[in-house]
Write a protein of this length. Sequence first.
Length: 225
Amino acid sequence: MGFFSDVCSAVGSFVSGVCSAAVSVFNGVASVATGVLSLAKVLPLPPQVEAFLLVVKVIDIVCKALGILDADDSTEDLGDRALQAEEAGIKPENFETYQEYKAAIDNFQLDPEKSAKYKTEEKMAAGLGVEFWALEDKFGQGAGDLLTHMVKDGVEGGGYFSKERLDSFLGKVESVADVAKYFSKTLSPDDNSRVEQKLVDAEKALNPDKTNTDIYRELDIQRGA
């Protein structure tokens, strides 16, 4: 089993067999870059897969805005490159930094026949793993969890993490990692209060008619409070 294949074997049960490993897999990705950069290969096709594909399209836009995905690239293309590179022995655990790994897969020559053998959701899942590492590398530990929350919400049909809402959040909070850590409940009490107030302000700017009570309730739901 390869680097990506090892991770994929856990994917079939996130929501009725789609992405169960997403949360636990993403949480370990960038810490040591060891066998956790893909959610592909064993994805069945229950209805939630369509939701997964849709949320990845939103993630594409967010990652481009954050500068970790090129304007003419996509999560699917990135995953295709990562999967094929792994087959050729180019594995994340063999690189000390994300930049070194990214340069290696960027220079890898793709095989169109191999591209065709992977399902769209397989390539997207692998790409998400690479993007997780990119977020952690650029914005600090915990930033990658933003993808965790987006995938979980999207697959479950919540629709909370829209591009517009994320734009508003990231416009108010200085740190991408702080936004992710807030929803992961890993901030200190003082930082949690500070970030939460900024998220409330961001939501009020996006939806002026929404009450603070409703905003706090929505935030609590997303945090599993």
